[in-house]
Write a protein that binds this ligand. Sequence first.
Ligand SMILES: Nc1ncnc2c1ncn2[C@@H]1O[C@H](COP(=O)(O)OP(=O)(O)OP(=O)(O)O)[C@@H](O)[C@H]1O
Length: 255
Amino acid sequence: MRGLSIKDLNKIFSTNCGDVTALKDINLDVKKGEFVTILGHSGCGKSTLLKIIAGLESASSGSITYSETKISGPGTDRGMVFQEHRLLPWLTIDENVGFGLINESRAVREKLVTDHLKMVKLDGFHKAYPHQLSGGMAQRAAIARGLVNNPEILLLDEPFGALDALTRIQMQKEILKIWESEKTTMIMVTHDIDEAIYLGQRIVVMSAGPGKIRSVINGDSYESKDRGSLEFARIKKQILGYFFEEENINPEYMI
Ligand SMILES: Nc1ncnc2c1ncn2[C@@H]1O[C@H](COP(=O)(O)OP(=O)(O)OP(=O)(O)O)[C@@H](O)[C@H]1O
């Protein structure tokens, strides 16, 4: 299959308090070019799953492949964006974005950096330092850095979690535009149910203790991208139902 394939994946951490099963029996296929969001309670293993896809953690068992090739470590085919922008404070924005392009000539590096800063609407800020940018701008720079190597998959771990509500909505629109123009496969972890529905063609709902996939919801219809639609409310209620099932709370009272 062209895309990501996760089969029977388990992850157990051995700690001084005993073994922690972070992920259990994860099976998920993500098609090339798809936008998938992952939602779940804190500690259900979302970040661990993303790190395994990035090759930053290894699985305890099971298999993970991209276009039939086993993922066994980090690679330029996968970019990653974290909740904190992780820009290097002593480098300018263009140096930060171009940091991973060590194998490119200076001219190619400059063109790629310029194109990507333009894509995230930061042209004019090449020589700024990270502390001179707002939170949303710094996160846009981090997205440019994640995309500059032209990865096939962009992994986003709560990328808008630290932003205010209005900036967050603006960033969601921008990431959708980038996804539509670049056709990069996007896998985004989020705690925000509205964000997961708005962005995801499919929404993976995880449950905790141990981290499992509870449900995969189709959110690809035109109506599900309209936050005021009945379809959006229906999906939201379905997701809340999964979350509160464990706690015996009726989701009717939660919206
Ligand atoms: N390096 C590690 N060593 C030991 N245990 C770990 C490690 N990383 C994660 N865990 C454990 O694995 C489980 C899943 O953690 P993970 O960070 O993936 O959850 P999460 O769903 O991303 O949480 P959050 O939404 O709060 O970021 C937790 O119980 C956590 O304590």
